[in-house]
Design a protein around this ligand. Structure first.
Ligand code: CA
Length: 518
């Protein structure tokens, strides 16, 4: 089976400027397969979330290894808050942000860092979001003609490159699990703009015309819709497909009409990361409901809790006696963002304020919360599936599946037969893409929370932490850290690159780094 190349690029000027390059990969024992772009590939463009082909790979890029506030810095510009990645088309860099209660699209000249234009959309009500999320988390996408923006609190907007609004399409306010808020980004393929609209049981993929935003089709995702993932697009036998990782299931739809083509079961309970296409397969990594199991500390046994907090010595653990600082989930973030206290966790299993728990009640809660760490309640999964099947391909096309070492937010990175996964705390694992075999699982010596997806260029992997450190690791079977670069400002957005320049969005700034003399 081939994941075929087809690069829609109707603008002749862009065609001239844009070098379309189709990469050929040897893939295991299966012979030569084609892995190529669903959107046009160019050394100067990073057109959507995770760049060309959604792979996070700058195939011809040579960004610097060492950089920082005083080293290899080309420019730095202030940018309002937001978690979306920038995107790039030729000399333009676009980013969305949330200045106050407005939702902004901002265009920069990517070589000088000068702001070219900004446009705001004002909404009556902002979407409720998790404290670790924002209202500007969806990365825009461009076809070189317009930039398409999605805000959960608003819907879709299209601008031309000079900042003129071309069309707008308000969409229903998302309903996400536990009000975690929108995380998905829109994608473009085969003349269609596709976005995951998450509204509980009415969740669906929506395809619209990039020309004017009119509806083309909706593909319902009534169940399993607990997802913050970006749709993945690829080609099978000349037909474009779009797939979405959701809770427990990945479903592939025909781009032509939105019909369900195939699906695979066995994913984790929530999908935050975005799958990647590599060779003849897709790799889908999904965590459990409360993230990485290793981040969770089960509650202590009853006796230990009584010793620790039975202040009124009645032999019962009152909800109010439990210290607020006792954590159930520690995401190892720089500011404690995204953590869940034991009291919050107990509320999930029905313990309310004012409750007094005896031994049996405490132990039953303890067993349930301990269960969140196990597959029973917290299935996690990395799954490699060969594309090209029909209907339920779980029995026939799953090549391998592993259930440990799964990141909660960062997406997998696949390159030259290897799969790289970064987890909170700075744990990097490398697997054989053909078999799933673990080749290494090492600390990169850069602790903190990891939200940004890894990117690769010139045989090096760039890993950004929420403590503001970008660690550069050599790709390959032998683990080797090449550099730790500290920006001193938290990084949540995935790095992007164009023409040998690495662009980083940190909490307060956009940075452009390039090797001097390049
Ligand atoms: Ca007590």
């Amino acid at each position: 089976m081939e994941i075929l190349a087809k690069a829609p690029c109707s603008n002749k000027d862009e065609m001239r400027k844009t070098k379309l390059s189709f990469r050929r990969f040897w893939f295991g024992l299966n012979g030569v397969l084609w892995l190529a772009a669903a959107v046009s590939v160019s050394a100067g463009n990073w057109p959507g979330f995770r760049g060309p082909n959604g792979a996070g790979i700058g195939a011809e890029e040579r960004p610097p290894v060492h950089f920082g506030p005083t080293s290899n810095l080309i420019w730095k510009a202030e940018v309002p808050p937001g978690l979306a990645s920038p995107i790039i088309w030729n000399d333009r860099l676009f980013v969305v942000a949330e200045p106050g209660s407005k939702l902004s699209t901002i265009c920069f000249d990517r070589l000088s860092g000068r702001q070219e234009w900004a446009d705001d959309v004002v909404v009556e009500k902002l979407e409720p979001v998790h404290e670790a999320n924002s209202h500007a988390s969806s990365t825009p996408v461009t076809d070189g003609k317009a930039v398409y923006v999605y805000f959960g609190s608003f819907g879709l907007l299209a601008y031309d490159f000079l900042g003129k609004e071309l069309w707008r399409k308000p969409l229903p306010m998302p309903k996400t699990s536990q009000d975690q808020g929108t995380g998905t980004s829109p994608v473009l393929i085969d003349g269609k703009l596709i976005v995951f609209v998450q509204i509980g049981n009415e969740s669906h993929l929506l395809a619209v015309s990039p020309d004017d935003g009119h509806d083309l089709w909706q593909a319902p995702l009534p169940i399993f819709n607990n997802s913050y993932s970006t749709p993945l697009v690829w080609w099978e036998d000349g037909a474009a497909l779009v797939g979405l990782a959701c809770a427990q299931r990945f479903t592939a739809f025909a781009v032509a009409g939105g019909q369900e083509s195939w699906w695979v079961n066995g994913l984790g309970f929530q999908a935050c990361s975005t799958p990647v296409a590599a060779g003849d397969r897709l790799v889908i990594a999904t965590a459990g409901l409360h993230g990485e199991a290793s981040n969770m500390t089960p509650p202590p046994p009853f006796e230990e809790m009584i010793k620790k907090c039975d202040r009124d010595s009645d032999g019962l653990i009152a909800y109010e006696e439990i210290p607020d600082e006792l954590l159930f989930t520690d995401r190892k973030t720089s500011n404690g963002r995204g953590n869940m206290s034991l009291k919050q966790a107990l509320r999930l299993v029905g313990v309310k304020s004012g409750a007094k728990l005896d031994r049996d009640h405490w132990e039953s809660c303890r067993a349930r919360l301990t269960g969140f760490r196990s597959g029973k309640y917290n299935q996690t999964s990395i799954l490699a599936v060969r594309v090209g099947g029909k209907m339920d391909v779980t029995p026939s096309r799953v090549v391998w599946r592993e259930t440990t070492g799964v990141p909660e937010i960062p997406s997998p990175l696949a390159w030259q037969g290897r799969l790289y996964l970064i987890r909170s705390g700075g744990l990097l694992s490398c697997r054989d893409l053909e078999t799933g075999t673990l080749l290494y699982d090492n600390r990169i010596d850069a602790p903190g929370g990891y939200f940004a997806s890894p990117v690769l260029a010139d045989g090096r992997i760039y890993l950004a932490s929420d403590r503001g450190t970008i660690t550069v690791v050599k790709a390959g079977d032998m683990f080797e850290v090449l550099a730790h670069n500290d920006l001193g400002d938290p990084i949540i957005a995935s790095p992007v690159m164009a023409e040998n320049i690495l662009y980083i969005r940190s909490a307060k700034a956009l940075w452009a780094f390039g090797q001097k003399g390049n």
